[in-house]
Write a protein that binds this ligand. Structure first.
Ligand code: ZN
Length: 316
């Protein structure tokens, strides 16, 4: 199995969050593991996007030191392999891990070490890292994003860093604002995916394509636009669809309203992903069985989606 869209900070083992928080004296409001799980998991659906995003505060606070980043990536690699995955791309934004003085380069090196340790331990899986730039405003954000792109270029031949992404609030910060970033990524020959068409409309997906996105994170609003679906199908652009997450963040009004079937029937290369395993309390196996039970996908169709994912991976 192949998975293309997994955020590190949303996919930590709750037991690990507990240990890291205790070791680093990071306070949290839970007295036992059950309480901590509640803190880390978002309800379906969430009251608001900010309620969903609040679930990331503690894991991100725990991932401000090299040993913690290394451990988190290693464990996630092992967890994915344990679920039968053979190829997976894990993503994180280096600039969110600088609160205790690490540089982006140190953050990336720690994550690479974790991935390498995990693959050494469980050789059945191949893991790549996607470096996320963040939507936002101001010179500092832009400078940090540019640094992320530069570092992705420096590390791209090492075999673990396999591309870049853009994440964050697309309905607040228009995809088109980040053109310079992706011009630079293009010059470096970086592979790129962009979160688009999740909270925002089809236009966001079009702008992502204009900026050279080779895959789209979510992209579900493309279903509202026939010509865009045709373009995605013709250009063989995979969509990294995350059904449970889309319901939680109200990217769709309800599960039944999710357009995954419509996108698939239009010939769009739909792939199944978890987005955030811990926050959404899901696994790829759960997403596959949800696709079967809620949308009637057959085993043959699911095999086709797996082929789309395997062909769409940025891992060479
Ligand atoms: Zn995502």
């Amino acid at each position: 199995m192949t998975e293309l869209h997994i955020h590190l900070d949303g996919s930590l083992r709750p037991e690990t969050v507990w240990e890291l928080a205790k070791e680093q004296n990071i306070p949290f409001e839970a007295e036992n593991m059950a309480g901590l799980r509640t803190l880390l998991q978002a309800p379906v659906p969430c009251g608001s996007l900010s309620e969903y995003l609040s679930r990331f505060a503690l894991p991100v606070a725990c991932l401000q030191e090299e040993y913690a980043l290394e451990r988190a990536v290693r464990e996630l690699t092992e967890d994915l392999a344990g679920e039968g995955q053979t190829c997976a791309e894990i993503r994180f934004a280096p600039k969110l891990h600088l609160q205790k003085g690490l540089s982006q380069e140190q953050v990336i090196r720690a994550a690479i070490r974790g991935a390498e340790q995990g693959m050494k331990h469980v050789p059945s899986i191949r893991v790549g890292l996607l470096l996320c730039c963040m939507r936002g405003e101001g010179a500092e954000n832009e400078g940090q994003n540019m640094e992320t792109i530069d570092l992705a270029s420096d590390f791209q031949n090492g075999g673990v860093v396999c591309g870049v992404d853009l994440a964050g609030a697309e309905e607040v910060y228009d995809t088109g604002l980040f053109r310079n970033l992706f011009l630079r990524a293009d010059r470096y020959g970086l592979k790129r995916t962009i979160h688009a068409g999740e909270a925002d409309g089809p236009d966001s997906v079009r702008k992502a394509l204009d900026m050279g996105a080779m895959r789209i994170g979510h992209g579900i609003s493309a279903a509202k636009d026939e010509s865009l679906m045709r373009e995605l199908a013709d250009r063989r652009i995979p969509l990294e669809v995350c059904i449970t997450s889309n319901v939680q963040t109200k990217g769709v009004p309800s599960l039944q309203d999710h357009p995954i079937r419509r996108l698939y029937e239009a010939g769009v290369r739909v792939t199944l992903n978890t987005d955030n395993r811990t926050v959404s309390d899901t696994t790829l196996a759960k997403e596959i069985s949800l696709a079967k039970s809620a949308f009637g996908f057959t085993d043959r169709e699911l095999e086709q989606m797996e082929r789309y994912a395997a062909e769409g991976t940025f891992l060479a």
